[in-house]
Design a protein around this ligand. Sequence first.
Ligand SMILES: NC(=O)c1ccc[n+]([C@@H]2O[C@H](COP(=O)([O-])OP(=O)(O)OC[C@H]3O[C@@H](n4cnc5c(N)ncnc54)[C@H](OP(=O)(O)O)[C@@H]3O)[C@@H](O)[C@H]2O)c1
Length: 304
Amino acid sequence: MVTGGGGFLGSAVVRRLAEAGATEVFVPRSRDYDLRTGSGIAEALATGRPDLVIHLAAVVGGIGANRENPGRFFYENAIMGIELMEQARLAGVAKFVQIGTVCSYPKFTPVPFHEDDLWAGYPEETNAPYGLAKKMLLVQGQAYRQQYGFDVIYLIPVNLYGPGDNFDPASSHVIPALIKKCVDAREAGAGHIDVWGTGAASREFLYVEDAAEGIILGAERYDGAEPVNLGVGREITIRELVELIARLTRFEGEIRWDATKPDGQPRRALDTSRARERFGFSARTGFEDGLRETLAWYEGSLGA
Ligand SMILES: NC(=O)c1ccc[n+]([C@@H]2O[C@H](COP(=O)([O-])OP(=O)(O)OC[C@H]3O[C@@H](n4cnc5c(N)ncnc54)[C@H](OP(=O)(O)O)[C@@H]3O)[C@@H](O)[C@H]2O)c1
């Protein structure tokens, strides 16, 4: 059972599971099973009868969406995960893969972020409710392994991007937001774009297909209590990112920085050695290649 299997990352995971020969993959869509409710979860487990649960369902978004929905992002992400893990345990599920988030790391984690630093401080304020709700599921998974022997693993993907990403400006992450801005400006012949923050913050981005591969490798090969980062180990500043996306989208106007808007976490890049050592995962996709694929998908979706 792949919760959130109709979403951006979930679609890639479901596709790869099918390619790997999985014939019975159940995706409980939110319109049929509201996983914020105990009854929705019970029905999903009774219908899917899974051996393996990959829990990807979540409410997510960029800095703007996190700032507007701190209560909802905390409650829905916590309640879905807590209740699903509990009911999955009671239903005798053999393995549970919980997907965490890089937003759980402390605001000033030394770069590259190592899993042992997860508890070294409070997360960056704009995404703390989301990040902490998901971090509670790490505690729950470890407690359930200790008390009940339930095989819960916890994987932490860095920021994702790729074809199928969410391009709605109200909730999109930075890469789709910038691609849309540049393409819209180019099409309108606008002389400039406005970009949030100073450009000084750094981020790391993992191609969605690579993330899906990492999740499936972890599900197959990893049975440990310790959380594991999924990333590429390559940092880029937002300024460099905007310049790269402007070049790929052929937007030639001015880039105006709005420093009254937040940068979010100052730096983000992961130590990826644990995933390599424990289950042989290394990301394959070059950043510029991944961005070209994402842009091609987006421009194709505009014409569709
Ligand atoms: N995107 C990133 O950069 C990123 C980075 C690190 C970690 N993650 C994690 O990866 C996972 C997937 O993220 P994503 O970007 O693929 O998000 P997404 O496209 O928004 O997918 C999330 C899915 O969650 C499902 N969902 C939400 N509320 C639900 C509910 N009440 N009941 C049942 N299903 C519900 C939705 O299902 P329906 O489609 O059926 O409504 C949706 O497809 C999340 O756990 C997120 O925290 C994402």
